[in-house]
Write a protein that binds this ligand. Structure first.
Ligand code: ADP
Ligand code: MG
Length: 525
């Protein structure tokens, strides 16, 4: 890849990077840094979570800021307060010897503290939209003179309903600032905002394969709903040092899975919307310190979690859409380390998985759950290795003494076995695990589709083929069994293609009856 030296950064910045241990720029940094340093255009940057977007804008902005400014020079808007704090910290860590003040401003923090810092003069404000608006209304923050506006994690701001707030804040700025928008995904609404509220901009995209996903091994297991928990335990037990996020769909599921894990002796905790902010911070701290190694969360609660080096992300339940799949798994395999993303699917969810796979342009391969015997053998092997290491390093004197005492009355095998049982209880017992039922998914079938248009709408077989091809890029020879009737029509597609088309219509025609549906379903109504 590139080097930081080639990007046009100052000596001071290069020193800072060396100290931080960043060896080479990430792809989004390679594209963004020279552009921000060189020209005058606005920027729209798309790259997944964990690809170093903060430094991509933070480094060049630091370079461009004036040390003697009396006004706020840059505003970074983030969707959550955790992110505001993290981004402010990261930018601070990049400033080196430059005399710049960078502060986070977010709801929940004391107003006095913020007013104090704002009065002293601030160069970069990193804040959440709500609190920034509070300050603008009180006239305690002035943004008329900013040179840079960064909208960080724009897709999350959109998801969280902050777009109106962002527009409101933009009104208090000036027309000549440079705006930079960063996002992990680029839904249409975001592009529309860019078109409408930004100047001439450069679009920088780092595609999924470029960093995160390529470092993430993606697999799925077919498992019935009732066996998911057992499957989860087996996966965790196979690992030497599992450190991961488990995604569930609802708060109730999150609590249930976390409690189950705790009952079974794992260091797990739960994170969802009903957990108070202070509790959330405590949990995240424990997770960062690895006192908690399994964090069960909903998508919403997991937003803004900035934890690195996860060994696993597990989709206990399938995500809603391909974007959230990419978002979830983007949390493993950061900064050059390989991670594993595991998705559980029930037989009914196979279609949805195919759709996610195609839309996210990613490969998710099928794997077989570890067998109980294999897990136990792995565990035994691990215990042996660890014991041998202790033997090599020589056990502490008081234990040797105890050992001699025990051996005067008993056989060595018995004493050792007793000690292992004492340490591991039923952990090496096959009965500790339950059976997992085999579920097979039929993927070969075809699907008959109902099309809500017929001869009277001018539909012909040729037009229908053309239409289907254009919508989803499906090849001619897969489109079979066309039957055009007066008011409606039928067509048959292979399973996966049918699924794509159905998803397409489900997603694009909200509120109205979809143009194409499954033939059987429609007849039932
Ligand atoms: P994003 O905003 O794209 O989700 P972040 O900016 O939060 O990503 O960066 C993710 C992690 O990667 C952070 O811990 C950051 O310090 C680290 N990081 C950023 N750039 C580099 C780099 N060039 N080399 C190594 N680590 C980096
Ligand atoms: Mg970020």
């Amino acid at each position: 890849m590139g080097s930081f030296e080639a990007l046009g950064l100052s000596e001071e910045a290069l020193k800072v990077l060396k100290r931080k241990g960043y060896e080479e720029p990430t792809p989004i940094q390679v594209k963004t840094i020279p552009l921000i340093l060189a020209n005058e255009k606005d920027i729209v940057g798309q790259a997944q979570t964990g690809t170093g977007k903060t430094a991509a804008f933070g480094l060049p902005i630091i370079e461009l800021l004036n040390e003697n400014s009396k006004n706020v020079q840059a505003l970074v808007l983030t969707p959550t307060r955790e992110l505001a704090v993290q981004v402010a910290e990261e930018i601070n860590s990049l400033k080196g010897k430059k005399k710049l003040s960078i502060i986070p401003i977010y709801g929940g923090q004391s107003m006095e503290k913020q007013l104090g810092s704002l009065k002293k003069g601030v160069d970069v404000v990193v804040g959440t939209p709500g609190r920034i608006i509070d300050h603008l209304s009180r006239r305690t923050l002035k943004l008329e003179a900013i040179s840079y506006l960064v909208l960080d994690e724009a897709d999350e701001m959109l998801n969280m309903g902050f777009i109106e707030d962002v527009k409101r804040i933009m009104k208090d700025t000036n027309p000549y600032k440079r705006t930079m928008l960063f996002s992990a995904t680029m839904p249409k609404e975001i592009m529309r905002i860019a078109e409408k509220y930004m100047g001439e901009y450069e679009l920088l995209e780092i595609h999924k394969g470029d960093l995160t996903v390529s470092l993430t091994d993606q697999i799925y297991f077919e498992v019935s709903q009732g066996d998911k928990f057992e499957a989860l335990c087996r996966i965790v037990d196979m690992e030497e040092a599992f450190y991961g996020l488990i995604f569930c769909r609802t708060k109730i599921d999150v609590d249930a899975v976390a409690n189950h894990l705790i009952d079974r002796g794992y260091d797990a905790d739960a994170l969802h919307g009903d957990i108070s902010q202070s509790q959330r911070e405590k949990i995240l701290n424990k997770f960062k310190k690895r006192q908690v190694t399994i964090l069960v969360a909903t998508d919403v609660a997991a937003r803004g979690i900035d934890v690195h080096d996860l060994t696993h992300v597990i989709n206990y339940a399938l995500p809603q859409d391909p974007e959230s799949y990419v978002h979830r798994i983007g949390r493993t395999g950061r900064a050059g380390k390989e991670g594993t993303a595991i998705t559980f699917i029930t037989p009914e969810e196979y279609r949805k998985l195919q759709y996610i796979k195609k839309s996210a342009k990613t490969d998710i391969r099928k794997a077989i759950l570890p067998k109980v015997r294999d897990i136990i053998n792995t565990k035994k092997q691990r215990i042996k290795t660890e014991l041998e290491d202790i033997v090599k390093a020589q056990p502490q004197g008081q234990y040797l003494e105890m050992s001699r005492e025990l051996l005067t009355d008993h056989e060595a095998e018995e004493v050792l076995a007793a000690l292992l049982q004492y340490a591991f209880h039923e952990e090496l017992d096959e009965k500790h695990y339950t059976e997992i039922e085999d579920v097979a998914v039929d993927t070969k079938g075809k699907t008959r589709l109902f099309v809500a248009r017929g001869k009277k709408d001018g539909l012909t077989p040729g037009k229908l083929v053309e239409f289907i091809k254009n919508k989803c890029n499906i090849k001619d020879d897969k489109i079979k069994g066309i039957q055009i009737l007066e008011k409606f029509s039928f067509v048959t597609l292979p399973f996966q293609e049918a699924e794509m088309l159905l998803e397409h219509f489900k997603r694009n025609k909200k509120g109205r009856w979809p143009l194409i549906t499954m033939a059987k379903e429609r007849r039932k109504k």
